[in-house]
Design a protein around this ligand. Structure first.
Ligand SMILES: Cc1ncc(COP(=O)(O)O)c(C=O)c1O
Length: 473
């Protein structure tokens, strides 16, 4: 050991970096290496040291040398241990308590989580997902654990294509499905691929999520705002703007206003895109949750050649999974996949395989159908509670999704409602407060009704209804 490199890795159940540049003699070097590790906070209190036999073997010294070093350090109070049990860094070592490091950062915890767009995490189908994961992993060939296809695992693309054709009316085959980590990545990739093809101006609905505008700008585009009225995005304002190379919108349910894009505007937009060569980016973030009317068919099903359709598992399963998908026009696949290849950012293969199995076994459909019923019931309960609120309260965007909109008279009222809600532990967003508008906008409260666990839902509804009763005239 004395002739070895100044630093050595010792592995024996635990991986340990020891700096052997100090101390004299083998035993002295080990002692000083361990003291230094504790002093310099690499080893916190309670950290396990390697067994003496294993450390001796790793360092190529006799076990007696290691034992002598450990005995000395026990006597000095750096480490503690008894024959037969693990040797650990002593609590009184003066080193630092691992808890200081391990404590997770404080998260804002709401008593009632009514923030928009979040599904109920307590309803995640843990058992079915585990079953799918186990089955998928058992059946996967070893090569599935390699780097894989840039577009995503073929099994998943194939299941997604089948699902999207059957349940959402898309015109899609596995080769134009790209697996992503969610809409956020889909939009990033599309924006970058558009820049690659020479596009510089991209229209986005206003109001819309500020992150989405930021993503488009970060790819170098100028954002052209597309205002929204009761029939959805006012796409006709694009007439004469053939320099707009793409339009990003939420036609199924405008976020956050909740209106659907009218049939006339759908036809107009697709016709304009066909003629101008622009790409329509369809964010179908919660299309699975439509309650009162039949699902509205996605734009992609009408005109697959000009629409990049983006879906996500963030609402149907959980945002933490980071799984989404794009169905892109064939002519757009090359720049899209090139951007994806450069940026990596693949969804994990185990999640991909599990989702494929989940779709194939019918568990996805069953889960969506169950949650659709549950969320519809919640929406009804919320509407009833709001109905007993201040007279004239206008509620919109109720036919679908995981949140609805309560229009408020002005910015001051929105601020008062938000402040009162938050002081009662309600997590909730405002239309103006959420930066959905860059220009002038109207005030409103976006009430998410999916996130609270079942047992807390009634109390959450009562809490927000009472805030509205107290604040709104
Ligand atoms: C309008 C809209 N699009 C897309 C998403 C989903 O994003 P992701 O799939 O990256 O989780 C959300 C989630 O909040 C959303 O509100």
């Amino acid at each position: 050991m004395a002739n070895s490199e100044p630093s050595e890795w010792a592995t024996s159940g635990v991986d340990l970096f020891l700096d052997f540049r100090h101390g004299s003699g083998l035993r002295g070097q080990i002692e000083e290496g361990l003291r230094d590790a504790i002093r310099s906070r690499r080893l916190p209190q309670g950290a396990r040291l390697p067994a003496s036999r294993a450390l001796a073997r790793d360092l190529g010294v006799s076990r007696g040398t290691v034992l002598a070093a450990y005995t000395q350090l026990v006597a000095e109070g750096w480490i503690a241990g008894h024959p037969g049990s693990a040797t650990v860094v002593a609590a009184e070592s003066g080193g630092w308590a691992s808890d200081d490091l391990m404590r997770p950062p404080r998260e804002a915890r709401w008593r009632f989580d009514l923030r928009p767009g979040r599904p109920d995490p307590s309803s995640f189908p843990r058992t079915e997902w585990l079953r799918a994961l186990r089955r998928a992993l058992a059946a996967a060939p070893d090569r599935a654990l390699g780097y894989g296809d840039t577009g995503g695992r073929f099994t998943l693309r194939s299941e997604l294509a089948a699902y999207l054709r059957r349940a959402r009316g898309l015109r899609v085959t596995p080769d134009n499905v790209v697996v992503t980590t969610g809409f956020t990545q889909s939009l990033n990739l599309v924006a970058l691929a558009l820049a690659r093809t020479g596009v510089t101006r991209v229209a986005i609905e206003e109001p819309s999520m500020p992150e989405h505008r930021a993503i488009v700008r970060a790819a170098g585009h100028e954002v052209v705002p597309l205002t929204v009225d009761g029939s959805g995005a006012r796409v006709e304002t694009l007439a004469g703007h053939d320099d707009v190379g793409a339009v990003v919108l939420t036609p199924n349910r405008q976020h956050p206003l909740g209106v659907a894009l009218s049939a006339r505007r759908r036809a107009w937009l697709l016709d304009w895109a066909r003629r101008s060569g622009a790409l329509v980016v369809e964010d179908d973030y919660d299309g699975e949750f439509r309650y009162d009317t039949h699902p509205i068919g996605p734009l992609q099903g009408l005109e697959p050649g000009v629409v990049a359709y983006a879906g996500t598992a963030s609402k149907t399963l959980a945002p933490g999974l980071r799984l989404g998908w794009l169905a892109a026009p064939r002519g757009f696949l090359e720049p899209l996949l090139e951007e994806k290849r450069l940026r990596e950012g693949q969804a994990g293969v185990l999640e991909q395989l599990a989702l494929a199995e989940f779709l194939q076994s019918g568990a996805y459909d069953r889960h969506v159908r169950k949650m659709r019923l549950r969320y519809r019931h919640r929406r009804d309960v919320l509407l009833q509670a709001l109905g007993s609120g201040p007279p004239g309260l206008r509620v919109a965007g109720t036919a679908a999704g995981l949140n609805l909109l309560v229009h408020l008279p002005d910015a001051a009222t929105e601020q008062s409602v938000l402040a009162a809600a938050r002081s009662r532990g309600i997590g909730i967003e405002g239309l103006l407060g959420g930066d959905y508008y860059e220009g002038d906008g109207s005030a409103g409260l976006i009430v998410g009704y999916a996130a609270p666990p079942e047992h807390a839902f009634a109390a959450a509804v009562e809490a927000i209804a009472s805030v509205l009763r107290a604040v709104v005239e």
